[in-house]
Ligand binder design. Structure first.
Ligand code: ADP
Ligand code: MG
Length: 702
């Protein structure tokens, strides 16, 4: 066990490595602090003198806390974070140095970014990339370095990262939500943020075992491996007691996260053996995204310290539940009101219903984009596989909220617990109680009391993507509602809102589904309803460039046309690259490790058989049958290996990105699965000491 810290020092520890509000207030001159706060809260432009002053305070604080370097930290299209460290040291020309850091260096960086994916964007404009300080996400110290969260863009301002569009989408949502709130009479609100609490699943495996598996090292998942006799059937791992090594890891992890002001809150074992989950307290989306990226990185680092490896892949083990990430999402005003909180008063309820309906419309209109936003090679193994929601996007409202929505649609009074509420109109509703009993786990997008939970995300995903879509789609619903209502006279507004809600639910109720999303009946029913079922990544990605979606992005200033095209290209390329690496890794493991092991076993059988024959005479020895089986398997595996190799070569000749992605899915993944089936069957009879890598048994139950 690692040394434990006394309970009362946790508040002291918490956020101790973050340049947070308290430190800013202490360190900055009053007017500078005020100006910075204004920028953070209202998105106003930051003047250079303010930046200079902030830079000095930041550097002072960082140096006091042991930092020698600073880095502009950003989220390029690789899906990982990137950083380039510079030291604060500035030579004075007399052999002396000072620790220096200016406003200019705080605001803008120029990393050598030529090898980050740009989908052709940068080539057409400028070779360099720029990082720009994002003051809405606090700077922090890690590994003696001051980390400055930044956006990453090209010389002419095209986004090359995941943060820039996220910030743009938060602006769009705020703009539209504020307009709508003002229209509804809630005029004191000046800003609306979206909030996110991502629940993160992961696996822990022994490092020594991991290092013997090329597939885990190169691809993050096992490409071979027979299921152990005991998998997760007994469900004894879910919320089970933590093993000491895991408990020590979690303890350390919490401490590391708390230091960085990441409010890690819950931890427990998940369904699969060796699988766990961490949930933070929710935060503003931008900060939550940065925190989740950091959380994933720190999980890996802390696991290493404890002799383990943290696997964030969506499906490390075939046949065992994979890992996802639940994106809990809501909207909050600058006055602290959650817009998805049903509330107690009819006034609040009306507002709640408008925002609820905006979400329902958004999900129905842009289900294809939501699906696309969670598409990845890893997540393809989960969606629709009875462990995660189906690839069909639908909404779960729960019994009570569903009844409310139906009463709006049909102009009937809402009935609660058998009592009819006699109010002045159907939209004037009694206090709605959180529906805690209804915990539908099979829905991709579920209302959970005062927020929506988007459950289709894969565990390794940067959650920025899905939140860009949610924010933008809801902004668009609110925009269209506003257009519809803006010319109403005050006395007719209620009636107009009611009519709008009614029409919206009629148009979009097809996306609401409260049943079991894992069944075949739902797949058929969804098809009848006209809901799309975009099964794999190559099916889902093209929705990104559908005309209606290009219009959505450009209208709200989220992506320019060239940003859309470049991103689409990057998504396709990433997918093809991942499948290629997997195919080549499997090819190499089978050729260099598996077949030689099978050969070795065959030789030992042959030797035993010969010895028995020599000593005991010719009889139908079991070794003979076994040798025949192993020989036949060797031939089959060898043939399939050649087939895979030939197909890898063929796909390498495809130049069109979509066609390539499709070939990777239809041909390479099929070949790999086909090869694996035979190899896994053979694995079960090869003696353990002859197997070149640790088995599922060892990986999952050690
Ligand atoms: P579950 O039952 O799905 O495991 P938990 O209650 O453990 O849910 O976690 C829910 C997550 O939702 C937490 O990260 C929590 O902070 C987050 N959450 C709660 N309220 C909101 C909100 N208004 N906006 C965004 N996230 C929220
Ligand atoms: Mg959840």
């Amino acid at each position: 066990m690692s040394k434990s810290i006394p309970e009362k020092s946790i508040p002291e520890l918490y956020g101790s490595y973050v340049f947070n509000d308290k430190i800013m207030r202490n360190k900055l001159p009053k007017d500078i602090y005020k100006a910075l706060k204004k920028t953070i809260e209202n998105g106003t432009h930051l003047e250079l003198d303010v930046a200079n002053s902030v830079a000095v305070a930041m550097k002072e604080w960082a140096v006091e806390n042991g930092a020698t370097h600073f880095t502009h930290w950003f989220q390029p299209m690789t899906g990982f974070t990137a950083e380039k460290h510079d030291s604060f040291i500035t030579p004075m020309g007399d052999g002396q140095v000072i620790m220096d850091f200016s406003g200019k260096t705080l605001i803008k960086g120029e990393p050598d970014a030529s090898s980050f994916p740009s989908g052709g964007l940068r080539a057409t404009f400028e070779a360099r990339g720029y990082t720009a300080w994002d003051p809405t996400s606090p700077a922090f110290i890690k590994d003696k370095t001051l980390y400055i969260p930044t956006a990453f863009c090209s010389y002419s301002g095209e986004a090359l990262d995941k943060k820039t569009p996220l910030l743009r989408s938060m602006d769009a949502l705020s703009r539209e939500a504020v307009r709508m709130l003002h229209l509804l009479g809630n005029t004191s609100v000046t800003g609306v943020s979206t909030t996110v609490g991502p629940e993160q699943e992961y696996f822990l495996v022994e490092r020594a075992l991991y290092e013997k598996r090329k597939d885990l090292i190169f691809t993050g998942r096992t490409l071979l491996g027979a299921l152990p006799p005991k998998g997760q059937e007994m469900e004894d791992h879910y919320f089970g007691a933590l093993k000491p090594q895991v408990a020590a890891f979690m303890h350390d992890l919490d401490e590391e996260l708390w230091k960085l002001g990441i409010p890690a809150k819950t931890k427990h074992n998940e369904v699969a053996p060796s699988q766990h989950e961490l949930a933070p307290v929710f935060d503003t989306t931008n900060v939550a995204v940065d925190h989740n990226m950091l959380t994933m990185e720190i999980m890996k680092k802390v696991a290493k310290k404890h002799g383990m490896v943290c696997l964030l892949h969506e499906k490390p083990f075939a046949g065992i539940n994979g890992s996802g990430k639940h994106n809990n999402w809501s909207m909050i005003t600058n006055e602290g009101d959650n817009l998805l909180e049903p509330g107690k008063t009819p006034y609040a309820n009306l507002q709640f219903l408008v925002f609820l309906m905006a979400v329902i419309k958004a999900v129905d209109d842009y289900a294809d984009l939501m699906r696309m936003s969670v598409a990845s090679a890893g997540n393809d193994h989960r969606l629709g596989a009875n462990e995660a929601p189906p690839a069909i996007i639908s909404i779960f409202l729960g019994e009570e909220l569903n009844a409310i929505v139906e009463s709006i649609e049909n102009d009937t009074f809402f009935e609660k617990h058998g009592k009819v509420q006699m109010e002045t109109g159907a939209i004037v509703l009694p206090h709605f109680f959180k529906d805690n009993t209804d915990r539908n786990r099979t829905s991709p997008f579920a209302f959970t009391g005062n927020k929506f939970e988007f459950r289709s995300l894969g565990s390794s995903l940067n959650v920025a993507g899905p939140n860009v879509i949610l924010n933008t789609a809801v902004a668009e619903s609110l925009r269209s509602f506003y257009e519809e209502l803006k010319d109403s006279a005050p006395e007719e507004l209620d009636e107009k809102v009611h009519a709008l809600l009614k029409k919206t639910i009629q148009d979009h109720k097809k996306v609401i589904f409260n049943g079991d999303g894992y069944t075949d009946e739902w797949i058929e029913e969804a098809e009848r309803r006209g809901l799309e079922n975009l099964k794999a990544t190559p099916d889902a990605l093209p929705s990104f460039i559908r005309p209606k979606n290009i219009e959505l992005f450009t209208k709200h200033g989220i992506f320019t046309r060239s940003e859309i095209d470049s991103r689409y290209e990057i998504f396709l390329e990433n997918y093809a690259k991942i499948i290629h690496i997997e195919a080549k890794t499997l090819e190499s493991m089978v050729a260099h490790e598996f077949l030689p092991a099978l050969e070795k076993y065959s030789l030992s059988l042959a030797k035993a058989l010969k010895a028995k024959k020599d000593l005991l005479g010719d009889k139908p020895y079991a070794e003979k049958a076994q040798l025949e089986k192993a020989a036949a398997d060797y031939d089959t595996i060898y043939d399939k290996l050649l087939g895979l190799g030939a197909d890898i070569e063929k796909t390498e000749g495809i130049t069109d990105s979509l066609e390539l992605a499709k070939a990777c899915h239809d041909v390479l993944l099929f070949d790999m699965e086909d090869l694996r089936t035979v190899a896994d069957a053979a694995e079960t009879y090869i003696p353990k000491d002859m197997l070149p890598y640790p088995t599922y048994d060892e990986l999952l139950f050690s």
